[in-house]
Design a protein around this ligand. Structure first.
Ligand SMILES: Nc1ncnc2c1ncn2[C@@H]1O[C@H](COP(=O)(O)OP(=O)(O)O)[C@@H](O)[C@H]1O
Ligand SMILES: [Mg+2]
Length: 182
């Protein structure tokens, strides 16, 4: 396969590419129609995210992992809007969307992640109506049996109770378990 970078990259290597995102821990550049590179500021964050992404490759919720070096990961570009944007646009989380969200949380569990949670801005709806989740650096360093961050993100749009009502209907045991941990 064509290789984008070798070993370690510097900001200079990225000059030619468009920045499509930045966060506290890195910058994301579009390097091909279907690929991005995440350039990490710290090696430790890189290691943590790479480990989670490798383990997650058996799951459809994880972007494909193409290439990595000392401080970067080349992964699938996920085209689509975030759950945050979806909530803002539609003002609802319906049953179908709730099912998709619960599937993501089940996948975290199945993969052995200890963090069964994510942020609404890190859940991207792909063209098939399923989620792909980005930013997995806390997959093993947080311990979250209840999706606290996710619920907090929904609260901003006034949609927590709608979501929880759907969860109660679709998976009452899970709903109970979340309540017990509160
Ligand atoms: N694989 C991807 N496909 C599409 N957009 C992405 C991808 N990875 C990151 N992004 C964009 O870049 C932003 C920052 O990425 P993120 O992994 O959250 O960085 P950080 O670890 O610094 O928080 C995301 O919110 C998203 O908009
Ligand atoms: Mg982030």
């Amino acid at each position: 396969m064509e290789s984008f970078f070798n070993g370690k990259i510097s900001k200079k290597d990225l000059e030619a590419f468009e920045v499509i995102g930045d966060g506290k821990d890195g910058e994301i550049y579009k390097v091909a129609a279907d690929k991005v590179v995440k350039y990490f500021f710290k090696e430790e964050t890189y290691q943590r995210e790479l480990e989670a992404m490798k383990i997650g490759q058996t799951s459809v919720i994880m972007p494909r992992l193409y290439e990595f070096g000392n401080n970067y990961i080349v992964m699938e570009f996920v085209q689509g809007i975030s759950l945050a944007r979806h909530m803002k646009r539609h003002g609802h989380i319906d049953e179908e969307m709730t099912k998709q969200i619960l599937f993501v949380l089940e996948e975290f569990k199945r993969l052995g992640f200890t963090r069964w949670d994510t942020e609404v801005r890190h859940m991207l709806l792909d063209e098939n109506g399923g989620f792909k989740v980005i930013d997995h650096k806390r997959a093993f360093t947080s311990d979250s049996p209840v999706p606290t961050k996710l619920l907090k993100g929904m609260k901003k749009f006034g949609l927590t109770s709608e979501f929880l009502k759907n969860v109660k209907k679709l998976n009452p045991e899970l709903h109970d378990a979340w309540n017990k941990h509160k």
